[in-house]
Design a protein around this ligand. Structure first.
Ligand SMILES: Cc1ncc(COP(=O)(O)O)c(C=O)c1O
Length: 368
């Protein structure tokens, strides 16, 4: 495609010198696993996000899995979450033997509708797992109020929301744990797989450190069955370079989003992303909603412009979760979004002129 959805190579070239110097130093150090870069990266993220502890792991999926384990979620517990997310959110619930319970989403923010969470509450509910989808925070203050009243844990899925905030607090600092992904296409991405959990709980942080490293509490003492889920030194070193850029990356994304919205907000057939008052959106994706989604997508493809559908089928209707017994019509907002969302190219290196061109192509669809 002439205009790709993301451009990882150009991003790499913009940090190449510093990254190669860092990686070279790690390679010659002879220390590749749980060394000084992982520790320094954890401290730098804690400081940036404003969390007491950060524990780096090898993916966002493992961040979710190990955070649920460390927060004490057990087989048979129910965890309320959204059906409109990437499958990893819900897979992690299943990994710990818990039962995902889906609540419908808001059609404007695509995030959990707090009024639907209360409909899903039972005596087995132990936790809520909100996702800050596409970079817009879920209504996390209301979710926290509900969780405190009902004595529930909150595990935040921040895979798409590094740097997003509600008032002056970053996502990942509200609940018991915040789970980040550093998959290459994320706002803060490494050049491989990576993840991290933030928490203010010493107990959860200690459990996470054991679970990510074979249950080891001290050398060759295995206290629990753990996993091999460590972030490696090379990815941590790369992430340290890119963490210094995150504010400028997020600002560039926000400027591009603003330009998209200036153009596309005029179109009656297109719903542009909202940014609620007091919420800071970081636009991991710029996602529009339109009944003419397929027509727009085809016009973009003909002009050599990539787009993507996140997500074409909500999780409650996926084969893998059919055992949960949901049917079409159970979660209508998520189902309607799946039929009408379209994510447009957005990445720090995408110029405003490209956004203008993409918007002109979309606007032309409605003039025919
Ligand atoms: C919302 C959400 N949760 C979890 C994940 C899983 O992260 P990872 O790919 O790093 O395992 C992703 C990644 O795409 C995601 O978008």
């Amino acid at each position: 495609m002439r205009i790709p959805l993301v451009d990882l190579k150009t991003n790499y070239l913009s940090v190449q010198d510093e990254v190669e110097e860092k990686v070279g130093a790690i390679l010659t150090s002879g220390s590749y696993i749980l060394g000084e870069n992982v520790e320094a990266f954890e401290q730098e993220v804690s400081q940036y996000i404003g969390a007491r502890h950060s524990v780096a792991v090898n993916s966002g999926t493992d961040a979710l899995h190990l955070a649920l384990l460390s927060a004490g979620i057990k087989p048979g517990d129910e965890v309320i979450t959204t059906p409109f997310t990437f499958a990893a959110t819900v897979e992690a619930i299943v990994y710990v033997g818990a039962v995902p319970v889906f609540a419908d989403v808001e059609k404007e923010t695509f995030n959990l509708d707090v009024s639907r969470i209360s409909d899903s509450l039972t005596e087995k509910t132990c936790a809520i797992l909100p996702v800050h989808l596409f970079g817009h925070p879920a209504r996390i203050d209301e979710i926290m109020d509900f969780a405190i009243i009902n004595n529930l844990k909150v595990i935040e899925d921040c895979a798409q929301s590094f740097g997003a905030h509600f008032r002056s607090k970053y996502t990942g600092t509200f609940g018991d744990a915040g789970c980040f992904s550093f998959f290459p296409t994320k706002n803060l991405g490494c050049f491989g797989d990576g993840g991290l959990v933030t928490t203010n709980s010493y107990k959860i942080a200690e459990a996470l450190r054991m679970y990510r490293n074979h249950g080891i509490s001290k050398p060759y003492c295995h206290d629990v069955i753990g996993y091999n889920s460590r972030l490696d030194e090379i990815q941590a070193g790369i992430l340290r370079v890119k963490l210094k850029m995150i504010d400028s990356y997020n600002l560039l994304r926000r400027n591009l989003a603003c330009r998209y919205t200036q153009h596309l907000g005029e179109l009656p057939m297109v719903q542009v992303p909202v940014e609620l008052d007091e919420y800071g959106h970081v636009y991991n994706h710029y996602t529009i909603v339109s009944p003419s989604r397929d027509k727009i997508r085809n016009a973009l493809a003909s002009a050599g412009i990539a787009s993507a559908i996140y997500y074409p089928l909500p999780l409650h209707l996926q084969k893998t979760f059919s055992y949960l017994g949901y049917r079409e019509g159970d979660l209508p907002r998520a189902e309607n979004l799946a039929k009408s969302v379209l994510s447009l190219p957005i990445y720090p290196e995408l110029g405003i002129d490209k956004v203008d061109e993409i918007c002109a192509t979309i606007m032309a669809c409605f003039c025919k």
